[in-house]
Every structure is written in structure tokens, then in C-alpha cells.
Design a protein around this ligand. Structure first.
Ligand SMILES: N[C@@H](CCC(=O)N[C@@H](CS)C(=O)NCC(=O)O)C(=O)O
Length: 81
């Protein structure tokens, strides 16, 4: 899995904290806002809103930090929805 994130904001930090706490196999990619990385067609294909965090799991992408936390928690069988 791959997480597109931006280090300093709470919505991003809580997802990274969860990943590190559970030592999940998720590659962390810091987006570069200065280079308008979230405005590219490639990124907008992952999240049409152009915001981070975005989790990519195979050909599935998910945005909204709380949705990502729920998805990861389900993967760990911490919760069942
Ligand atoms: N409700 C969303 C908020 C996402 C969000 O606003 N992300 C900000 C950083 S915390 C962002 O990507 N801003 C860039 C932009 O709006 O262009 C979540 O919890 O993931």
C-alpha cells in the first residue's frame, strides 16, 4: 500500500501515526504542494478532490482520513463494519 500525505496537518498525521503504531506495510509519500503535485491528472485520478491523505491499495484508492483509518482498522481486524 502507498499513502500520499503531507506531514504537518492533523488529518494526515493521524493516519501516519496509525500506520507506524501498527507497523503496517505502507509506503509513505510526502506530496509537494509547491510543485502542485496534487493538481496533476495522475493524482486527481486517485482523489478528484485533490487533497491528502490518499491511500492506494492495488488499484483501489481511498481518501478522507477517517475512511482510511477505518479501512486500515478493518484490514487489521480491529473493527468489523
Ligand atoms: N476531510 C479531509 C480533509 C482533507 C484535507 O483538507 N487535506 C488538506 C491537508 S490537511 C489538503 O490536502 N489540502 C490541500 C488542498 O486543499 O489543496 C480528511 O480528513 O482527509
Amino acid at each position: 500500500m502507498l499513502l500520499h500525505t503531507f506531514a504537518i496537518t492533523p488529518n494526515n498525521r493521524k493516519v501516519v501515526a496509525f500506520i507506524k503504531h501498527f507497523d503496517l506495510p505502507v509506503e509513505i509519500h510526502q506530496v509537494n504542494f509547491a510543485k502542485k503535485e496534487t493538481s496533476t491528472d495522475e493524482f486527481r485520478a486517485l482523489n478528484p478532490m485533490g487533497k491528502v491523505p490518499v491511500l492506494v491499495d492495488g488499484d483501489f484508492s481511498l481518501w478522507e482520513s477517517n475512511a482510511i483509518l477505518s479501512y486500515l482498522a478493518q484490514k487489521l481486524s480491529l473493527i468489523h463494519i
